[in-house]
Design a binder for this molecule. Sequence first.
Ligand SMILES: [Zn+2]
Length: 164
Amino acid sequence: MRCPFCDADQDKVIDSRASDGGRVIRRRRECLKCSRRFTTYERIEETVRLMVIKKDGSRVPYDRSKLLRGIQQACYKRPVTADQLTQAVEQIEDDIYRAFDREAESAEIGRIVSAHLQRLDQVAYVRFASVYKDFRDAEDFLDEVRQVIATSKLQGPGQGKLFK
Ligand SMILES: [Zn+2]
């Protein structure tokens, strides 16, 4: 694997572990030239691709990068690390593949994503939900925000700060 820092082509694997229920192998590598560390992920090629059923009934192949982009946008300027993002995508995919065989409605995927975001970051959750739930009016949206605030108050101080 070519080192992303110095471009050298020699490294050693210093740690290797399975995640996502054994579907992904994560390898921590160290460059033999500059000694810097980086991570690679190995996963099974998706030969049987999940199809996503859109609102209008049309079907598109499931796209991991689209999912990641959506989550990145929701987490923009939030205290969420790149590792947490990757982990969230893996857990979301795990849930999707566990719940659906060949096809999944986009709304169902949205439901799974928002459940994960709700645990990860409350602001990211509200941002995502405002798009996915397609709130009919401002009142619907405020209801959701109020629920989030109420829940976060129950979880204790520090987490209730929805907007800075
Ligand atoms: Zn290097």
